[in-house]
Design a protein around this ligand. Sequence first.
Ligand code: PHE
Length: 446
Amino acid sequence: MASTRGEFSSRFGFLMAASGSAVGLGNIWGFPTNAATNGGAAFLFAYLILAFALAYPALMAELIIGRHARANAVTALRLISRSKRSRVLGTIVGLTGILTVSFILSFYAIVSGWMMAFFFDPLARLMGMDGLAKWLTQDAELRNSIFALLFMALTVFIISAGVKNGIEKWASRLMPSLIIILLLLILYVFTLPGATEGLRAYLVPDFSRIADPALLVDAMGQAFFSLSLGVGTMLIYGSYISKREDLPTIGGLVALLDVGIAVLAGMLILPAMYVALANGVEIFDATGGLIAGPGLIVSVLPALFATMSGIGLFVGVAFFALMTIASLTSSISMLEVPVAYGVEHHGLERRKAAIAIGSLIALISLVIVFNFDPLFDLVVTYTTEVSQPLLGFAFCIFVAWIWQRNDILSEIKQGSPEVESGLFWKIWPFYVKFICPVAILVVYFQ
Ligand code: PHE
């Protein structure tokens, strides 16, 4: 089995894949709006601290377990367990992660489908197909189903091709494009009236908010979701890293890329909102706060693009291409979790596993589309606010309390022989053992 497992062919490939997983709707949509409603740069500040002090150590836990075990989460957690009881716990945590990430993908596909529909809208208008354009932008069950299915089909297509020819190849193409589109959009929006005001709303800190528990809870949830933690995604990507790689460094680069792109996205979204305001678009909701939910992406920004005359069409295409790319590089990392389990644990063939599991998740998406009001928020809340932090907690426990310290050290040493004398080994073991679990629980019970 081990010889047929995929492996990333280069450090660049892994970095693009892992940062592609991390950078998603959470960065480009979640982070800027969270910052805007939580005291601007005060949120940014709390986020930076939590991302590096809590999320990075948890990310390292998953990468190290994954690379050591060279297997999916269930097999990996069982492998590092020494007692029967912790093996059972490993199975439970691994399977809960697989289930959680599958449900995350089921709602992610719906939202990503909206992004694809809005991507085609300016193209339809450019070709004079106004009727189609209208259909694309109107919230309806049929449109939502078709685009969620289309998005899942793309995800399945990439995952079927495997680690090197699917995940790595596509992430290496899509992530650089994402960064270029993001930078171009920022530069353009900065030239428009109102942008500096948006930048001010984003970057001027309201430090009276920094000790606000709600801000800390939001910042931690944001950091965990954004780094794709707790559900075995980073563990499975870690399992495809070469033994020669220096894990603390590449984990740090992934965290930096994730945080960097979130910060950059804030420099696009908030200035764009204030440009929209200057153009007469309503950007505040009934309570006086900034519109942050779906309304932001599917009404405020399209309304802004519509006020830009001709160039608005191109800006719209670029923006929704950005969103779709960000979604796709994340969704493939989600589907890889159950697929790898199916392949390794149940001997399924990869392509068949991808199609079967992808179809099952697509079916869940359809159930949510047709029962949107009762189900959508419920699934989001249970997966991202309840399950993800608890699983993150469990991973820390596994690595720090169940796995043996010497085994961990020798795993990291394979790619970074000097690690024992460095800063990482002085701080990280203590961190995952005490600080991370306690902090996660404290914030969780807020
Ligand atoms: N990190 C992704 C985002 O920010 C979401 C994600 C969560 C991806 C869990 C994989 C696993 O959008």
